[in-house]
Design a protein around this ligand. Sequence first.
Ligand SMILES: [Mn+2]
Length: 344
Amino acid sequence: MLRKPVLSECNSASSQLNFSLMYDLIGDIHGYADELVRLLETLGYQEVQGVFRHPERQVIFCGDFIDRGPQIRDVLRICRSMCENGSAEAVMGNHEFNALAYATPDPSRPGKHLRTHTEGTRRQHQATLDQLSEQELESALDWFRGLPMWLDKQQLRVVHACWDQRDMLVIREALPAGSAVNTDFLIRATRISDPLYRSVERTLKGPEMRLPGGLSVTDREGNVRRQVRTRWFERPEGRSCAEYMMPRVNLQYLQTTMVTDSDRPAPYAADEPPLFFGHYWLYDSTPAPLRPNIACLDYSVARNGMLTAYRYHGENRLSAASFVSVRRPPQTPDCDPESTSQDS
Ligand SMILES: [Mn+2]
């Protein structure tokens, strides 16, 4: 005898089916297309009619597609086609934001741009300017304008550098959800006196701290820095400068100096959803979460490191075993080994 299923059975049956997409999160690419293709293939994506796809999974890119590397056009083609065909999403990186400001004339300074063209800003952007035609750059900028400043998927969150709800409120007021960056937003976000400037800086570049007592540190490019990036997701109280810097350093004089002053930290609670970001040029050879619910995916492919992904399966506690990386082939020189700005 046939029995009609009752409503509650239907519900419980459908709730057992997992329709939610699973994500592969990919860190800063900076023009390294060969590594991107190898990473996508390692993750099981296949190029079908010009678009990399996976039958069950989707990529989220953490931003910083351009500058530095040799194959910026290919990186843009691959990532953009994935985003435009439902096989990926992406957030804006500071390099995409900088490119928009670099290309936008400043109405209050005739002949100048919102991001002033100096030797330093030009050098940072040079690979992109060299490799893309004017039309290609225009088209790339169109795509960048539509990239969100962060993604909140409920089960996980993605931002290029720093997740701070206070900055997100400021940004949201100027840029409603789903709307593209326009010239007014760029003008406000590059004017130091506007609160939007600080919030966009912090979201896309992360907070920094000034080292106390005039101390400085020499970074891997040989630049002396008094201002360093922080582990903003932790409280600075009771930590040494060496511990609170990101990446951490192994210098005795910083291990014995406590943090005295840091740009507003944004402690990220242990019960919040997993958070992924890029931006920080980590260089450990074995990627691992920074906290059980926080992972940085930038392992410095543009400085002879690795392009890194996190294969997410819905877990609340992230695992070192879920990172997937591809290395640059040995002895390929960095395109700009003498970059001098930390604004990278
Ligand atoms: Mn960055």
